[in-house]
Design a binder for this molecule. Structure first.
Ligand code: NAP
Ligand code: HSE
Length: 432
């Protein structure tokens, strides 16, 4: 292949083969746009025998040195995934003075500091647009286009698998396990879906986004994370009855108590723009102090949307290859971790569903314990499922998580309370 800028690629699976396709099929267009022809020079894989339509066999190698130590290669794309050896290979590439583009959210969220420091020391760039929300161009938007703003809040649906599952549960009234099995059978969920359904994938992406908007380094352990595995068809039905839908929301925002970063199932009003984001789609609502509200919607994963972001990063690098490093795109992360507001102080409204004995005084006892913690009830519904038993569902006014936990611990002790099934945050989209 003829090219002006040699690209090395680590990995050539779902995303890598999409990148290869774009670089081949749109070579002329790209050359016109960035005044240079980028092209794949070497591609590292694990298995040379695997069929890779459209990839010339002579580009493939099993030896990482063919990419990392080739002085001709100026840009390395990492689309292997996982932490090791991807981390080690990226460090080698950066130390060898190569720019790196990666789609690896777990790696950036967990080892970003080390990688950005290595990039700064070598005067090269590390770009990662595809690591958050696949095809949605949110990283460059935050780093470049919104640089004039203080971003006060981001609310994101940034995991397609969980959004697909919650949307299907909402549509069909089905239970979590049934929808998960169907999603796996159709290839919408991984055979090991832990990272997605327990909120790790969204938390990696949120750690990256929160670091950008707070201008501070966010460690994964600082993100309050709850997955969707305990959401039931009953909760979804009650949400609908009260005018809400349940989404796995990733939130980073400035509050009166400090900065907050959390991923958790959240009831959001049915008429909110994020409520209509269904299936595998992602969306982000961004609030900047100058620009106001912005909303981004699109495919958060998949071969070509992800390749779009990666090749976008590559072309941006090619366009600036002879210029000094762009400070907006290459500044290292601060070494000290951000101080986030403790979850206990954050104020939220809560939905609580519990099973009780159906006898006089139960409601009074629960109301008294909530009252002791100054928790005021906004909505209350009692239904009767089995003889002698009642299901209570309530939505509170805003309360600190600490007070809620204290009240719930006491309610759990009541002899008349059989079980507390669910506690879900209710979001009203305030950020100051
Ligand atoms: P994938 O289909 O599993 O492809 C991984 C590729 O890396 C394969 O070509 C594999 O080689 C190669 N590889 C893995 N370990 C290797 C090693 N130790 N040495 C050499 N080659 C190795 O993964 P993917 O879906 O393309 O995802 C790649 C990255 O993009 C991940 O970080 C992922 O989180 C991120 N991402 C993916 C999506 C998406 O929609 N898939 C969206 C956003 C971000 P063989 O082909 O020889 O097995
Ligand atoms: N597993 C992710 C999702 C896609 O379901 O959104 C890659 O980030």
């Amino acid at each position: 292949m003829n090219y002006d800028v040699a690209i090395g690629m680590l990995g050539c699976g779902t995303v890598g083969s999409g990148v290869a396709r774009l670089l081949q099929e749109k070579q002329n267009l790209y050359a016109q746009r960035v005044q240079a022809v980028p092209g794949l020079a070497r591609v590292l894989v694990r298995d040379l025998a695997r069929e890779r339509p459209g990839i010339p066999a002579e580009l493939l190698t099993l030896d990482p040195a063919d990419v990392l130590e080739d002085p001709e290669i100026q840009i390395v794309i990492e689309v292997m995934g996982g932490i090791e050896p991807a981390r080690e290979y990226i460090l080698q590439a950066l130390r060898a003075g190569k720019h790196v583009v990666t789609a690896n959210k777990a790696l950036i969220a967990r080892h970003g500091l080390e990688l950005f420091e290595a990039a700064a020391e070598s005067g090269v760039a590390l770009h990662f647009e595809a690591a958050v929300a696949g095809g949605i161009p949110i990283i460059q938007t935050l780093k470049r286009s919104l640089v004039a703003n203080q971003v006060d809040a981001i609310y994101g649906i940034i995991n397609g698998t969980t959004n697909y599952i919650l949307s299907a549960m909402t549509e069909a009234g089905s239970d979590f396990q049934a929808v998960l099995r169907e999603a796996q059978a159709q290839g919408f969920a991984e055979s090991d879906p832990t990272d997605d359904i327990e909120g790790f994938d969204a938390a990696y992406k949120l750690a990256i986004l929160a670091g950008l908007i707070f201008d501070q380094r966010i460690d994964m352990q600082q993100i309050h994370r709850v997955g969707i595995q305990r959401i039931s068809a009953e909760d979804i039905a009650y949400a609908r009855r009260f005018g809400y839908v349940i989404k796995l929301l990733a939130i980073a925002r400035r509050t009166e108590h400090g900065m907050e970063a959390r991923v958790n199932p959240t009831m959001i009003p049915q008429d909110h723009p994020l409520a209509s984001v269904n299936g595998v789609y992602n969306a982000l609502l961004v609030n900047g102090d100058a620009v106001g509200e912005l909303m981004f919607y699109g495919r958060g994963a998949g071969q070509m949307p992800t390749a779009s972001s990666i090749v976008g990063d590559v072309l941006n690098l090619v366009a600036e290859l002879d210029a000094p490093p762009n400070v907006l795109m290459s500044s290292p992360l601060p070494a000290t971790a951000a101080v986030l507001s403790p979850a206990e102080r954050v104020m939220n409204r809560y939905y609580i569903r519990l099973q009780t004995h159906d006898k006089p005084g139960v409601l009074g006892q629960i109301g008294a314990l909530l009252g002791q913690e100054e928790i005021s009830i906004h909505t209350l519904v009692q239904t009767k499922n089995n003889p002698g038993e009642a299901e209570l569902v309530l939505i509170s006014h805003p309360v600190s998580e600490l007070r809620l936990r204290q009240a719930v611990a006491q309610i759990r002790q009541l002899e008349s309370v059989r079980e507390i099934d669910s506690i879900i945050r209710v979001e009203d989209f305030r950020f100051h």
